[in-house]
Design a protein. Structure first.
Length: 444
């Protein structure tokens, strides 16, 4: 396509050069200034595309101005009196160029400049000739045809630009739609895999839990019977019980991932739920050197939430952030603000930490089951988080801030039955250092 366009432009340029050659061999053929000026017009036309590409904003104006000046000079060297020169139609070249590159107002301004320069030859002509009524009519017709040609060409050029912009927007929308379709197909395939994996996990978990109960009960009985025995035996039976408890917790995670969720929603605010989650995370890591920065906007709407499930989501993200920042510590910024996604109103919760972040390869599969960057754990936490968000009709996205770390953005939609009224007070910000578990500051 581009090759055909280039070939077409070369043919058009060649045709224009042939027409200029025709003007060059027309009378007065022995006028060297005329030939030089025609050569300048040919060169300006040939390099016009490169000039516009080099200077997209000013290039068109430079091109039109150069052609107007060269056209004015050409009239001065092709007639005893410039205004009587038969070459006056050369002004159509800069006028049409202006009509192609500019809007209606720009076309009128450039045409006015060309007409004014053409009419300026009337001043020296009046010193030798008398301006008759027919001469005024002829001059007026020539100038009016300048404007008519410019406006007609500009109308088609503007319409072409409008259609080109419309096609560009349609192409952009089509590309975005294709991306959304591909994402939806990927999500559907992922959901199918997760459903099959969930059924398998549920079956295995139920089969494993029963033997675990027997092992634990047997270990406790053995420990009671050998209470007076040597310390090594008691220690070993204690290991058995503790590892059974650990396996039982792992089985519980499998069941949580596999079983369908039944949300018990009621209208609630996000800020208290987030605060409870921070308190729970603080209880797990009471000495973590992590500073909490809160940005809870009171304009965030009340939402239909299963508070227990939502709290579980926030606890998981807070704990992940604390573990990612490690012993060196850092800052966990949490924001709650009104938002909209895919045309739906709601609220956005942002968890942003200053840890090492998530690698590009892991980012694509971070919400898949059994994917984890930790040395311990099975990688079901974020999968369960994603599942809870899906059940709420929301979304969760992982972003990588330019200054490092990881940023999870969660969107909770407002359903039709949810209240849309909210407090109009100013946003509440607390950027001062705070320890995990402290309450958010509230506006007076």
């Amino acid at each position: 396509m581009f090759a055909e366009q280039k070939r077409s432009f070369r043919w058009l340029d060649l045709l224009l050069l042939l027409f200029l050659v025709g003007l060059a061999i027309a009378d007065p053929i022995d006028e060297p200034h005329k030939q030089i000026i025609l050569l300048g017009i040919a060169v300006s036309q040939w390099v016009e595309g490169r000039l516009v590409a080099w200077k997209p904003v000013r290039g068109p104006a430079y091109s039109v101005l150069i052609k107007i000046l060269l056209s004015t000079l050409l009239l001065d060297h092709t007639g005893s009196v410039g205004i009587n020169s038969s070459y006056y139609p050369i002004y159509y070249l800069p006028i049409v160029t202006a009509a192609v590159y500019f809007g209606p107002l720009g076309t009128l301004l450039w045409t006015t400049l060309a007409s004014a320069l053409y009419c300026s030859y009337l001043i020296p002509a009046l010193e030798e000739y008398e301006l008759t009524r027919s001469g005024i009519t002829e001059l007026l017709l020539r100038v009016l045809f300048f404007y008519l040609a410019g406006l007609v060409v500009n109308r088609f050029a503007v319409e072409r630009r409008r259609q080109t912009e419309q096609y560009r927007r349609l192409a952009t929308e089509l590309a975005e739609t294709n991306l959304q379709l591909e994402q939806a197909q990927a999500d559907a395939r992922r959901s199918e895999r997760l459903a099959a994996l969930g059924q398998l996990s549920a079956g295995l978990a139920h089969e494993i839990r029963n033997p675990l109960g027997i092992i634990k009960g047997s270990a406790e009985m053995l420990s009671n019977k050998l209470a007076s025995s040597d310390p090594l035996t008691r220690e070993l039976t204690g290991y058995i019980s503790s590892q059974v408890v650990r396996l039982n917790e792992l089985v519980s995670q499998f069941l949580d991932f596999a079983r369908p969720l039944h949300l018990e929603r009621h209208e609630a605010e996000l800020a208290p739920v987030v605060e409870r989650a921070l308190k729970a995370a603080h209880e797990q890591y009471p000495s973590a050197p992590v500073r909490i920065e809160r940005d809870f906007q009171s304009a965030a709407p009340r939402l239909p939430l299963d508070e227990a499930m939502a709290e579980r989501v926030f606890v998981n993200l807070a704990v992940n952030a604390i573990e990612a920042m490690g012993e060196s510590g850092g800052t966990l910024r949490i924001a709650i603000r009104p938002s909209a996604f895919d045309g739906r109103p709601g609220a956005e919760v942002e968890f942003r930490d200053t840890g090492p972040g998530v690698s590009e390869t892991m980012r694509e599969q971070i919400f898949n089951p059994f994917v984890t960057t930790k040395r311990t754990g099975v990688g079901l936490g974020l999968s369960i988080v994603s599942k809870i968000m899906d059940e709420h009709g929301g979304t969760i996205r992982l972003e990588t801030p330019h200054d490092g770390g990881a940023c999870f953005r969660l969107f909770f939609p407002v359903q039709d039955h949810a209240a849309h009224e909210h407090d109009s007070r100013e946003p509440v910000r607390s950027d001062e250092p705070a320890r995990l578990g402290e309450q958010a500051r509230t506006a007076p």
